[in-house]
Design a protein around this ligand. Structure first.
Ligand code: ADP
Ligand code: ADP
Length: 221
């Protein structure tokens, strides 16, 4: 059987990782694995992991590596990931990056390519401030990507909501946490020759086109 393909989306909160990961996963027939979505699912289902994660998420801090790694490892081992995955929000620390290598090695694969979506901090604040979420995981933006009817999901008509951690005070902390703990991964993946830098300030469709062009060129996917 062909080796699985793993794409790691890197970039600050609000860069568009989730938006792009969903499109890429569909186009490349891979599964979208978002650590943030997994935590929010646990939160909704009121699991013990959800309760633990909530105490960090609400402050904009990272959930400890050990529980995060275990959660993602379990997700990647499911049958819908046999062909590979588009990872979004993981890894977020050097320790998680090391753990991911070991996990993927165990699954017969490796990190194939790392699109790094780069967006200035000022734009991030606007994007997160206007982000509207659906309970089924679709993501809108009040101005940039609005639903047909305000606060209503286009597909299933359910009400949209704003994430607690998209409030301005938490957003700044999340950007700082990203700069402190996650941004070292840019150099890590660059030094391995896996990084492709994408200007994330363009509109959603242009960013998708740029990522697709970069990854087909670089990884032959
Ligand atoms: P991340 O997963 O990196 O935190 P999201 O994909 O959730 O980012 O996007 C954050 C917000 O910005 C969402 O409201 C989304 O609709 C919007 N958005 C995403 N990409 C773009 C873009 N290229 N231009 C304008 N708005 C965008
Ligand atoms: P965004 O895409 O806007 O940065 P996410 O949905 O990826 O947000 O993550 C929301 C929160 O979930 C993070 O602020 C953090 O508390 C937690 N989280 C998600 N992924 C990880 C991870 N890999 N390691 C630690 N905490 C994480």
């Amino acid at each position: 059987m062909a080796k699985p393909t793993y794409i790691v989306m890197l970039g600050p909160p609000g860069a568009g990782k989730g938006t792009q990961a969903k499109v890429l996963a569909k186009k490349l027939n891979l599964t979208h694995v978002s650590s943030g979505d997994l935590f929010r699912e646990n939160l909704n289902n009121k699991t013990e992991l959800g309760r633990l994660a909530q105490s960090y998420m609400s402050k904009g801090e990272l959930v400890p590596d050990d529980v995060t790694i275990a959660m993602v490892e379990e997700r990647l081992s499911r049958t819908d990931c046999v062909g590979g995955a588009v990872l979004d929000g993981f890894p977020r620390t050097p320790a998680q990056a090391g753990a991911l290598d070991a996990i993927l090695n165990g699954l017969g694969g490796e990190v194939n390519i790392v699109p790094y979506i780069s967006v200035p901090a000022k734009v991030l604040v606007d994007r997160l401030g206007g982000r509207w979420m659906s309970h089924s995981g679709r993501v809108y933006h009040a101005l940039n990507n609005p639903p047909k009817v305000k606060w209503i999901d286009d597909v299933d008509g359910s009400p949209l909501y704003q994430r607690e951690d998209d409030k301005p005070e938490t957003v700044q902390r999340r950007i700082d946490v990203y700069l402190e703990q996650t941004s070292p991964l840019i150099e890590h993946y660059r030094s391995l020759g896996l990084l492709v830098e994408i200007d994330g300030t363009d509109d959603i469709e242009s960013v998708t086109a740029d990522i697709l062009e970069a990854i087909t060129g670089a990884a032959g996917l």
